[in-house]
Ligand binder design. Structure first.
Ligand code: AVJ
Ligand code: FE
Length: 374
């Protein structure tokens, strides 16, 4: 199965194969991880890995078993343990969550039952949950996104080292001019798009330039050498306040980076500051998407790129199929990131996909691509 607008609905075999592939990569990710590492609370902003594992199963049970077949949860207490809104990430290791062997057994059991239901199901295409296999796409993308979350935890734990050495950014920044005019932001016909990517709507933008590649470490190093972290005017008020409170002088893992790779693990504030130092600015998410769609700049799969946009609903937004994916995060607290990183599965990393996080966050595989008024 590929991304992009599909000609026809995926078959049951294709859905089962996609679920299998996602599960294999989840299990591969935790294969070298000890049970002790699985239960560790690595950071207050991350769940213990064993929580992510069981939560993947819980989400699959919720949508592919309870919703589709109307069955009861396997255990009543799972809703309170594995619903992400019940307990903050930093408290999850002190909850009575499943042990690593039980979490693995639960994942396998849910999968077995979900595949039985898939086998029996009558695809009712008037049901928006089933049309184009939507609910299967929801569960798949959920698992794939949690893999990236788990990789962030592994990185913070020092267990994994970001496997990004295939990324190379040319030494000289190259600008692409995107002429003024309108384009369509978002999508109506990407079958597995999230509610926050819809509806497609026309947006008019003045001309702007955007760089062909994200900022590389060597350029970021120049920013540091030029006193970037000590120069007030490069920083927003919030950014400067954050910088003073955290005493930050470089991105995390800075000692180990290669010059030609995109800078990673930078916060929105650092992204803004390096842009100001370069005499540029962050793109808005509309500019980012226009460049990807109309100037055909390849912008997927390097690093997540901070945009200047707050995460909000597009005009005409409607919740589907649950408010806790997107809507509860709308507002001015979160900034949008675009593009997907080297750790993002291609099923998720599409041109209309919107990620979001708090501006101070650096656990993400996040970098920046610079833009400017034309
Ligand atoms: C879209 C990456 C911000 O991890 O909080 C996982 C994805 N939603 N489970 C997140 C998600 C529910 C979400 N992000
Ligand atoms: Fe989740």
């Amino acid at each position: 199965m590929t991304t992009g607008v599909r000609e026809r609905a995926p078959t049951k075999q294709e859905l089962a194969a996609a679920l299998k592939r996602a599960r294999e990569s989840t299990l591969r990710l935790v294969e070298p991880v000890t049970d002790e590492q699985l239960v560790a609370q690595v950071s207050p902003i991350m769940s213990p890995l064993v929580w992510d594992l069981a939560h993947i199963g819980w989400f699959e049970e919720l949508w592919l078993i309870r919703r589709l077949a109307g069955s009861e949860p396997s255990l009543e207490r799972f809703d309170h343990l594995y619903d992400a809104f019940q307990h903050p990430r930093g408290e999850r290791s002190s909850l009575p969550i499943l042990t690593p062997p039980d979490a693995r057994a639960y994942l396998a059991d849910v999968r077995r039952r979900a595949l039985e239901i898939l086998d029996d199901i009558e695809f009712d295409y008037s049901d928006p949950l089933l049309r184009d296999g939507y609910v299967y796409g929801l569960v798949l993308q959920h698992e794939l996104q949690h893999q990236e979350t788990m990789l962030q935890t592994l990185q913070l734990a020092g267990v994994a080292h970001a496997r990004h050495d295939q990324l190379r950014v040319p030494p000289r920044p190259a600008d692409v001019l995107v002429p003024a005019g309108s384009f369509t932001l978002g999508t109506n016909d990407e079958p597995w798009a999230y509610d926050n990517e819809r509806p497609a709507h026309v947006v008019e933008l003045p001309a702007f330039t955007i760089e062909r590649h994200p900022v590389a470490n060597e350029r970021f190093a120049e920013f540091i050498e030029n006193g970037g972290y000590r120069t007030r005017r490069y920083w927003s008020d919030d950014g400067w306040e954050w910088l003073q409170a955290e005493c930050i002088e470089a991105p995390p893992y800075w000692e180990a980076v290669s010059p030609a790779e995109p800078v990673q693990h930078i916060s929105f504030y650092e992204a803004e500051a390096v842009a100001a130092w370069a005499g540029k600015r962050l793109p808005t998410e509309a500019e980012w998407e226009k460049a990807a769609k109309c100037a055909a700049v390849d912008m997927l799969g390097e690093v997540w790129e901070w945009t200047s946009s707050a995460f909000t609903g597009y005009p005409g937004f409607t919740v589907f199929p649950y408010a806790e994916y997107s809507e509860v995060f709308f507002g001015d607290e979160h900034r949008v990131l675009r593009g997907g990183s080297w750790a993002t599965d291609p099923l998720v990393a599409r041109v209309t996909f919107r990620n979001w996080d708090y501006p101070q966050r650096r656990q993400l595989f996040s970098g920046v691509r610079l833009a400017a008024d034309a």
